[in-house]
Design a protein around this ligand. Structure first.
Ligand code: NAD
Length: 237
């Protein structure tokens, strides 16, 4: 069984790659630039590294073609790669806004579009998209990110309806505040405040999100599609 995990050199993606490998998948560890870190994940998981900038759809095409040439199938796609932007809505440049939507929405949708034919042909497959609690509730000073993640949620629901009869399930995990590089821009005080806003009184770990991803990838969730599984410690209830 082959799993392609995007943005798997670090954070939630690396944890998902390791968790899926533990479930017996051969994992394609996708990365953007950090091939060294991705190779370390691949060495640990027995997988292989594929590099592509998801903002460039031609690079996605090349990556999926390369996976199919080598393995002939993709059983699980984890659309994890993403970028965030912080700042007042009106202060974000059009260029940055377009880049965020191109990676977070365009990259997610285009990778699914390219992988889907192989899943449809096999009459099985699981696509797990990584959204965000902000896509559910909206965050001040992260308006573009919130809108993009809301789009990922809408995409998940709609595609699930389109592919269900063909045996392909499409779901989302929606993390709350997780301890990864994406949150390094926040100071310790902000992280402490976010932990206090969380019912469980702490921020989450990448491994806790990976657990939900592995569940949605597996047949244990065989009757679940089109759903958004929050992994947020009660940050949003
Ligand atoms: P991260 O910054 O460590 O990981 C993001 C990954 O995406 C990196 O591996 C990066 O290389 C990759 N990436 C970024 N731009 C790319 C591009 N153009 N092409 C290819 N890959 C690219 O942060 P993370 O927290 O592990 O984020 C993983 C996912 O989880 C993201 O989609 C993020 O939006 C989502 N998320 C994170 C949190 C959190 O609190 N950390 C909360 C909710 C959702």
């Amino acid at each position: 069984m082959i799993a392609l995990v995007t943005g798997a050199s670090r954070g939630i993606g690396a944890a998902a790659a390791k968790r899926l490998a533990a479930d017996g998948y051969t994992v394609i560890v996708h990365c953007n630039r950090n091939t060294k870190q991705a190779q370390a994940v691949a060495d640990e998981t027995g997988g292989i590294v594929m590099q592509a900038d998801l903002a460039d759809f031609a690079q996605i095409d090349k990556m999926v073609d390369a996976v199919i040439r080598q393995f002939g199938r993709i059983d699980v796609l984890v659309n994890n790669a993403g970028i965030a932007l912080t700042g007042l809505f009106q202060d974000i440049s059009d260029e940055d806004a377009v880049r965020l939507f191109t990676v977070d929405v365009g990259g997610t949708m285009h990778t699914a579009k390219r992988v889907l034919p192989y899943m449809l042909r096999a009459h099985q497959g699981s696509i797990v998209n990584v959204a965000s609690v902000w896509g559910e509730t909206g965050a001040a000073c992260e308006v573009h990110y919130s809108a993009a993640k809301a789009a990922v949620i809408g995409f998940t629901k709609a595609l699930a309806k389109e592919t269900g009869l063909s045996g392909v399930r499409v779901n989302c995990v929606s993390p709350g505040v997780i301890d990864t590089d994406m949150n390094r821009m926040h100071g310790e005080e902000t992280m402490q405040a976010l932990a206090e806003e969380t019912a469980l009184g702490r921020i989450g770990t990448p491994e806790e999100v990976a657990e939900a991803i592995a569940f949605l990838a597996s047949e244990k969730s065989g009757f679940i599609t089109g759903q958004i599984i929050p992994v947020n410690g009660g940050f949003h209830i």
